[in-house]
Design a protein around this ligand. Structure first.
Ligand code: ATP
Length: 221
């Protein structure tokens, strides 16, 4: 569960990007966050992830029955940048590093990594340098690494920006599978796509406010 109260944020002397008087989210759905360029989507995600301290107001998460706490919530809440940082090693090496860090060892770890490579369509690239992957492959590797950590909530900042149609489709399938495995997702995206079509909740930033679309009050045109 996410609870946001009286949140407002801006930079320097600029007025607040937006105000969010109150937002409650059960942390189960697949959410599409939309808004114009510069409306503050990245900033909001960073605030939700605890990477930015709000000028005003509070963000609190209660995940897995833990008492409500401000972010970060290590291991349970992950933020993924649109150009994810990849370790300068092979594709399998990137997964290996995270799996070890998360406590996996030996044969069980190898099986888990192989399974993840298959699931993300990267088995053929296992020995390739991660930084030589295409944009779509990089995002799939970043999602695979995140998946290894079994997060409860994933915040995805423009995960399909500048990807072609097939790459968007692949990322959408992967995000859908992650969500089906029990990970709630908030993702920002400019354009409607196969990814946003999968979303079952829509938030939007307009006129310096965050809105939540409902059946009675759909997205503004
Ligand atoms: N660290 C910062 N210092 C000063 N201004 C910032 C900083 N980070 C963001 N901004 C400004 O805040 C505004 C919102 O930026 P943000 O990146 O959150 O928007 P966005 O909706 O994600 O945009 P886009 O869709 O183009 O990625 C922009 O005007 C941006 O220049």
């Amino acid at each position: 569960m996410l609870e946001v109260c009286h949140l407002a944020h801006g930079f320097g002397r600029q007025p607040a990007l937006w105000e969010i008087p109150h937002l409650r989210w059960r942390g189960e759905s697949l959410v599409h966050l939309q808004g114009d360029n510069g409306s503050g989507k990245t900033t909001l995600m960073r605030l939700l992830a605890g990477l930015e301290v709000p000028r005003q107001g509070t963000v609190r998460w209660s995940l897995d029955d833990a008492p409500a706490q401000p972010p970060p919530c290590p291991g349970r809440l992950l933020y993924l940048h649109q150009q994810p940082y990849l370790f300068d090693t092979t594709v399998a090496g990137n997964l290996h590093y995270i799996a070890r860090w998360n406590g996996w060892r030996g044969e069980a770890m190898r099986r888990r990594i192989d399974e993840m490579l298959e699931r993300c369509g990267l088995a053929e690239h296992a020995r390739q340098r991660a930084r030589s992957l295409s944009g779509g492959e990089r995002m799939r590797l970043a999602l695979a690494r995140a998946w290894l950590l079994s997060p409860r909530v994933l915040l995805l900042d423009e995960p399909t920006a500048s990807l072609d149609r097939q790459a968007v489709r692949d990322v959408a399938a992967l995000v859908g599978a992650l969500h089906a495995s029990g990970c709630a997702v908030v993702l920002s995206a400019h354009q409607p796509s196969e990814l946003t079509e999968r979303c079952d909740e829509h938030w939007y930033i307009a006129h310096q406010r965050l809105g939540v679309a409902t059946r009675e009050a759909p997205l503004p045109a």
